[in-house]
Design a binder for this molecule. Structure first.
Ligand SMILES: Cc1ncc(COP(=O)(O)O)c(C=O)c1O
Length: 433
């Protein structure tokens, strides 16, 4: 064992609670040392009853549930860790629609969508989404994950010699899509339109095609993108736009068309990305764009063409979700979600460092990532599960408690959750002074 390996091993054992993601990313030798060390590390955490991740749930993502840790412990929690914003993942009509689809089409699609994996239920979903967004000349390309939509769409649209300009807070799937494309890449400071313009001014003439990638609601920051300004700058400098509405499609805007609807730019966006894993309550995703672009995506987004089509049960469930989301239930749940988010924020406002705005992704900053494990363990044991995030999801030492509010939470659950956060903030020293 080299000195470096020995000292890292010692560090892992002595400072197990100060985990950082990149601790195990060094490729130290040919003998899989970093892989074995990581496995040892997870075992240490399990022994110490501190492995808070991947705890299994035995039921649906309801607002309260039990989680079962790998070490055998079961803990009852208020669930603010699932982005099932409108509660559709367990809606009985959605489950019934999925059951009907599985009965008709079978379990898997068993082929790529461009070969024999496209079923009539996929066509129904495409039509339902086209009708939902209702812009002439637009179509939908379906993918098996939201992650794959960004990966596939960006790498199909952008080639070497083109350029991708991204918000610095962009989701990993956008960054990886840009890398895969082989295009030139730049980042502008989060939501900083002056910096975006500076980059466009300096670089637009050097590239034949430029794609600006932003999000409707930033997943790690919980704030809205400046879509109006992004669209204005894109038009001014002849760039294209991709808006990832993962956390906002079917939720934001009066009719659920996303932050694009809220800010009046739905028609101006070139690639509208949505994931079915969040407010849709399923899995998979889609890009909504001009029909010509969609035909191209269907063939040239490699993770779509060289992969099995979206499974029929989820596809059937998604058709039902769109029907519900487009009717009175959608209106009512969107309204409740927004008032729940407002109420929850009011309980924390001024007491901890909270994300800006009024969105349902609520972020509390706690700083050093060395606190993450102990804090997450503390929160779960007090009865609250959150989606805690740290580097590389967000910059180093800017770790955050991320909480997803849903339309289905009760005020009592939200009050209890806020009390637990404030108690933890006192204990872990992130109350505002
Ligand atoms: C902004 C954003 N884009 C894309 C994704 C990937 O979506 P999925 O989990 O559906 O693959 C996520 C997931 O968290 C996300 O937050």
């Amino acid at each position: 064992m080299s000195n470096l390996e020995a000292s890292l091993k010692k560090h892992v054992h002595e400072h197990f609670s100060e985990y950082t993601y990149d601790m195990f990313m060094m490729n130290m030798s040919a003998d899989l040392e970093e892989i074995e060390l990581f496995s040892e590390y997870v075992d240490i955490l399990n022994d110490k009853k501190m492995y808070t991740f991947e705890a299994a749930r035995s039921g649906t993502q309801t607002t309260e549930t039990d989680l079962h840790r790998e070490n055998g412990e079961s803990i009852h929690i208020i669930n603010l860790s699932s982005y099932n914003y409108l509660g559709f993942s367990y809606h009985p009509d959605v489950i019934k629609a999925a059951q009907n689809a599985v009965a008709q089409y079978g379990l898997g699609a068993s082929s790529s969508p461009v070969i024999s994996g496209t079923y009539t239920i996929h066509k129904e979903l495409e039509k339902a989404l086209e009708k939902f967004f209702d812009l002439p000349g637009r179509g939908v390309s379906l993918f098996t994950a939201g992650y794959s939509v960004n990966l596939g769409a960006i790498s199909a649209f952008i080639k070497p010699g083109h350029k991708v300009i991204m918000d610095a807070a962009s989701h990993m799937s956008i960054v990886e899509g840009a890398k895969l494309s082989g295009g030139d890449m730049s980042f502008f400071r989060h939501n900083d339109m002056a910096h975006l313009e500076e980059l466009l001014k300096a670089q637009c003439d050097d590239f034949t095609r430029v794609l600006i990638c932003v999000e409707g609601i930033y997943s790690g920051d919980g704030d809205y993108g400046n879509l109006k300004d992004v669209v204005r700058l894109a038009k001014q400098y002849g760039a294209f736009t991709l808006v990832d509405e993962a956390h906002s499609a079917v939720v934001a805007g009066d009719n659920g068309r996303g932050v694009c609807e809220m800010q009046g730019v739905l028609e101006d966006v070139d690639l509208y990305v949505m994931t079915f894993s969040k407010a849709f309550g399923g899995v998979g995703g889609a890009v909504y764009a001009k029909k010509e672009i969609i035909k191209y995506m269907n063939w040239y987004a490699k993770c779509r063409m060289f992969s099995c089509a979206l499974d029929p049960a989820v596809t059937g469930g998604m058709v039902k979700v769109i029907e519900l989301a487009n009717g009175p239930m959608g209106d009512e749940r969107r309204k409740r979600l927004k008032s729940n988010a407002k109420y929850y924020r009011s309980l924390l406002d001024g007491k901890v460092k909270l994300s800006e705005g009024d969105a349902w992704v609520v972020i509390v900053h706690f700083g050093a990532e060395s606190k993450t494990l102990a804090l997450n363990d503390y929160l779960q044991r007090k009865g609250l599960d959150t989606s805690i995030i740290q580097f590389p999801a967000v910059p180093r030492n800017e770790a955050r408690i991320r909480m997803f509010i849903t339309s289905e939470h009760t005020e009592a659950q939200l009050k209890k959750a806020a009390d637990i956060i404030l108690d933890a903030a006192g204990k872990f020293d992130f109350l505002l002074k």
